[in-house]
Each structure stands twice: as structure tokens, then as C-alpha cells.
Design a protein around this ligand. Structure first.
Ligand code: ZN
Length: 155
């Protein structure tokens, strides 16, 4: 189980994971109830509000906690909303660009000088590319020869 953010902190740090023995509230110990409502989470440093997120809520103190699968879905939904808001390529768009050029995730990551798991996280919706890298991906998609240029200048 995982505590939900009530308000955005100054830094978009990872949320704290709280392991619970059962459905007890981590704050006051009361048994929590299933709930559904809008929750906010930071994406690239910006608060994103996701509607109708299934979670658990403490009837006594109001603490909100997400089960692991709920938290994962919540973060994927937040990233999808963020991508839509800024017109960024979707995970499927990125996969299509990569596969069009016959590249593995690791090969594309190397050409863009990214960590080996970055492309996988973008494609699965667990993380989101910056606007600058979004432009670079569009160049690879739309500008013939750009991939050759990257290969020639690979680290
Ligand atoms: Zn409580």
C-alpha cells in the first residue's frame, strides 16, 4: 500500500511507499474503506489531477492510500493526461517510431544517450519524455537522415 499525495511538495520526489499488514490506516489504525475520487501527483514537476482514482480512504482521519496496482495505474493515467495536455508523443507513438527504424529499446536509448531502461519506461507509460526529447523523437520520425546523423555522432 502506498500513501497518496495530498499536496505537492517543493520537489517532484518519489512518493513514500508504506507497507501495511492489512487494510489499517497508516496514520490512525482504523480500517480503511474503498473509495474513488480525484487525486493529484507530480509529473515532470507539475501537479496533475487524475479523476475517479480507485483508492482506500480512512473514514476517521481521511488518510488516502493506494494499493500497489492502484498506484501504478494512477501514475500511468497521470502521465497519459500530462502527455495529452502538452501534445507529447504517446508510448505507442514512440514504439512505432522505434520499430519503423528497426531499433531495439537499448539501441534507441544509446543513440539518444539515455539510460538503458528509459525507452521501455516511456513506451509502457511509466515515465514521460521531456519536451526537448519529444522534439528529437519527432525529428527522427519526420526528417530523413536524422537517424544516420545520430549514428555518426553516437557516443
Ligand atoms: Zn486514519
Amino acid at each position: 500500500m502506498k500513501k497518496a499525495d495530498k499536496k505537492g511538495g517543493p520537489k517532484p520526489t518519489r512518493r513514500k511507499t508504506v507497507v501495511l499488514p492489512d487494510d489499517a490506516c497508516p496514520t490512525c489504525g482504523t480500517m480503511m474503506k474503498e473509495a474513488r475520487g480525484a487525486l493529484r501527483t507530480p509529473v515532470n514537476g507539475e501537479e496533475v489531477s487524475v479523476p475517479a482514482v480507485p483508492h482506500f480512504k480512512c473514514p476517521k482521519c481521511g488518510e488516502q492510500v493506494l494499493a500497489y496496482t492502484q498506484a501504478r495505474r494512477f501514475e500511468e493515467d497521470a502521465i497519459a493526461l500530462y502527455r495529452k495536455k502538452y501534445g507529447l508523443l504517446s508510448g505507442d507513438d514512440i514504439r512505432a517510431i522505434r520499430e519503423h527504424h528497426g531499433l531495439t529499446q537499448a539501441e534507441l536509448a544509446r543513440l539518444l544517450r539515455l539510460g538503458p531502461n528509459t525507452i521501455s519506461r516511456w513506451e509502457s507509460g511509466r515515465n514521460v519524455q521531456t519536451a526537448a526529447l519529444d522534439v528529437l523523437l519527432r525529428l527522427i520520425r519526420d526528417l530523413p537522415g536524422s537517424l544516420d546523423y545520430l549514428r555518426d555522432h553516437a557516443a
